[in-house]
Design a protein around this ligand. Structure first.
Ligand code: GLY
Length: 388
């Protein structure tokens, strides 16, 4: 739709300017693609709401070993990704390397953490088990109700809003063109906009998070919104300072996390509901988060409550993302990079590596093979399905 410079790679249209879409747009433009990035409000969706944990180990769940391996691979790529982004953007990427602790607030919660430690050891991820006293030595912000926990120094975090700013700057500098409009549908050769216009392209990537399913028939029923509420707090003079590490907790069976930000910020999340495309925070959700956060980090009672938001995680039937072609061959149909569930920001580097490989007609990194959408789309496709 807009005049594009001739490039050796061709025209790439991407739908969705969250962390995944922006990251792919930036890197693809650097690789020589003329990129048009379609989004009515770039960087304002779930990536803006997110907590920003890069936490494959502390997000691990029995039976989801493929996701753990995928996340661990992507986490290994994060330092280089952040450095390249800071270089390209001329601003920091927001990576924090202080690590994570997981704590239990009640007797039953302690048993749950012991189970988690046992499971992680079984899958080869040793973690340090800490007493309550050891935890408080590490993080004095942790309160007296906490019974003990685990230290996972390798699980990191990133300030999602700093990251979005850097990605936007890097994409601008690389020549990405933003099309601020909604998308109605994608085909292998373009994007239909909600207003009836069309963005023609040589390759198309769907990266529209929870909104992806409506864009292509093969995605119908494969991506659903999973709501989460998030609170943003700010330390006030005189209050106990926030932790330096991410603190994840189980409080009477409910999960809660606090992710510190530079300058005394603390992001508290996150509830989980399946209520469609509803992004209204609820009184009950906010009450649970505040009550549980205060039980673990009592100082937060004195903090300023700065923001209450809710976002939509893009869930899939097997909790693995969809990264690959919807057409069966790397250039034969639209590409997709969505369904990242609770781990979109963590999985950005491996997703970009896979998308760039697909665009170049090269094999995707081995760790990303589990995310091939063909595992779920076979019956939905009318064309060839076996890419490898
Ligand atoms: N990754 C944290 C969340 O989805 O709440």
């Amino acid at each position: 739709m807009t005049e594009q410079r001739a490039t050796p790679a061709g025209r790439l249209a991407i739908v969705g300017a969250g962390v995944i879409g922006l990251s792919c747009a930036w890197r693809a433009a650097e690789a020589g693609w003329a990129v048009e990035l379609v989004d009515p409000a770039p960087g304002s969706g779930s990536s803006w709401v997110a907590g920003g944990m890069l936490a494959p180990v502390t997000e691990a769940w029995p039976g989801e070993e493929d996701l753990l391996e995928l996340g661990a691979d992507s986490l290994g790529r994060w330092p280089a990704f952040a450095a390249a982004l800071a270089d390209a953007a001329g601003t920091p990427a927001g990576l924090r390397t202080e690590g994570t602790v997981v704590v239990a607030a009640g007797a039953g919660d302690r048993a749950e953490l012991d189970d988690l430690a046992g499971y992680l050891a079984k899958v080869g991820r040793e973690v340090d088990v800490l007493s309550a006293r050891e935890l408080r030595r590490l993080e004095p912000a942790i309160g007296p109700d906490v019974r003990g926990g685990l230290s996972v120094p390798g699980d990191l975090a990133v300030d999602n809003r700093v990251l979005l700013g850097a990605l936007r700057a890097a994409a601008d500098r690389a020549g990405v063109r933003f099309v601020e409009a909604g998308a109605r549908a994608v085909t292998a050769d373009g994007v239909e906009l909600a207003d009836g216009r069309r963005v023609p392209a040589d390759a198309v990537l769907v990266a529209a998070g929870a909104h992806s399913a409506a864009l292509h028939p093969a995605l119908d029923g494969l991506v659903r919104p999973v709501k989460g509420e998030i609170l943003r707090l700010r330390h006030r003079p005189g209050a106990l300072p926030p932790p330096s590490r991410t603190v994840r907790a189980v409080v009477d069976g409910r999960p809660v996390y606090g992710v510190p930000r530079d300058g005394g910020g603390l992001v508290i999340g996150a509830t989980q509901y399946e209520t469609g495309f509803d992004t209204e925070p609820t009184v009950g959700g906010v009450r649970d988060l505040l009550r549980d956060a205060e039980r673990v980090l009592p100082g937060v009672a004195e903090y300023a409550l700065v923001e209450v938001t809710a976002g939509l995680r893009p869930g899939t039937p097997d909790n693995l993302p969809l990264i690959g072609s919807l057409g069966g061959t790397s250039r034969g149909g639209p590409l997709v990079a969505t369904g990242h569930g609770r781990n979109g920001i963590l999985l950005a580097p491996i997703t970009v590596a896979a998308v760039l490989a697909l665009l170049a007609g090269e094999p995707v990194p081995a760790a990303a093979l589990v995310a091939d959408p063909a595992r779920l789309t076979r019956t939905a496709l009318t064309g060839p399905t076996a890419r490898r």
